[in-house]
Ligand binder design. Structure first.
Ligand code: ZN
Length: 311
């Protein structure tokens, strides 16, 4: 259960702990109820605990924004997966080994991760829009992009795309895929949502923080929740295909190209060898386009993502 009743909060800023039922775990959150009515926006960070610019951008927003400056209500969940954050774990929640972004909308009676995603999804249903902040994980390089799902109703897809355009990362990937992701579950529930990605490789780099923080401010402007009118329009490149390659063997991963480089379909973009140096798998680009993220760790396990190409 949530520790607060959304309707019972007075104007102001409150720090709250969202209890996860059945677990000795709570998610740190900031609630800001503005001085006048308006939309309700949910911002989440730390679904993946090693995506630091996302977590920092959310923290900055919660710190700086006051109820006097806000119309409507803003909820920021600072760490959706706090155990991953403090354990510095990539992808998965150490409590059950599951990747939270494959388990939306979750299950109230499920494993730890499923209970967390269920609680976040319940929260999302009481909001008008949702921005889920991510980036490349501790061992991933990435170029900034937003993800929008067209898996839901046309109206939801359109409003999600509006959010992504307001957020203004240079690329918007429009896709129905990646089941169990926050933005896909949101689309299916009729909640306009984006998943915004910037930064990676365990770095807290200034430019990625700036991009994500600016995106949040621009969404608040776009929704009319802060003063300043609609943000200056920015044209983002729209991509409609998002193809991933995965490791078919465990061993040593040698990427031949990295995030931001172009690749031709079937071009060799890396290889996996065993520890003795013998070739196990030659990696070819799944389609022509730009490499949006690429794993940077030498260690690779069967089934791990290696890179993704957007087009
Ligand atoms: Zn992530």
């Amino acid at each position: 259960m949530l520790v607060w009743e959304v309707s019972a909060i007075d104007v102001g800023k409150t720090r709250v702990e969202i209890q996860i039922s059945g677990l000795d775990l709570s998610l740190p959150a900031t609630r800001i109820v503005g001085h006048s009515p308006g939309p309700k926006l949910l911002v989440t960070a730390g679904v993946h605990g090693g995506e630091y610019p996302a977590i920092d951008a959310a923290s900055r927003l919660g710190q700086e924004l006051t109820a006097d400056a806000l119309s409507g209500e803003l909820t920021i969940v600072h760490l959706v997966s706090p155990v991953s954050f403090y354990a510095r774990r990539q992808y998965v929640n150490p409590l059950d080994g599951k990747n939270p972004n494959r388990y939306f909308p979750g299950d109230a009676n499920g494993t730890a991760t499923e209970r967390i995603t269920h609680q976040v999804m319940t929260l999302a249903r009481s909001h008008d829009a949702w921005v889920d902040l991510h980036g490349g994980d501790i061992h991933e390089a990435l170029v900034p992009f937003s993800l929008v799902s067209n898996a839901g109703a046309e109206e939801t897809s359109r409003r999600s795309l509006d959010l992504a355009q307001a957020f203004a990362l240079p690329r918007i990937v429009i896709t129905a895929s990646v089941g169990g992701s926050s933005y896909v579950a949101a689309a299916l529930a009729g909640i306009p949502a984006i998943l915004a990605e910037a930064g990676g490789m365990g770095q807290l780099d200034t430019e990625s923080v700036r991009l994500l923080h600016q995106g949040l401010r621009r969404v608040l402007q776009f929704l009319g929740m802060v003063a300043g009118g609609p943000p200056e329009p920015v044209v983002s490149r729209q991509l409609h295909q998002f193809a991933w390659t995965r490791a078919e063997a465990s061993g040593l991963w040698y990427p031949g190209k990295t995030a931001g480089e172009m690749a031709e379909a079937k071009e060799v973009v890396g290889k996996i060898t065993d520890v003795y140096g013998d070739l196990l798998q030659e990696i070819r680009a799944p389609q022509s386009g730009e490499i949006l993220f690429a794993v940077t760790s030498l260690a690779i396990e069967t089934g791990d993502p290696l890179l993704a190409v957007g087009a």
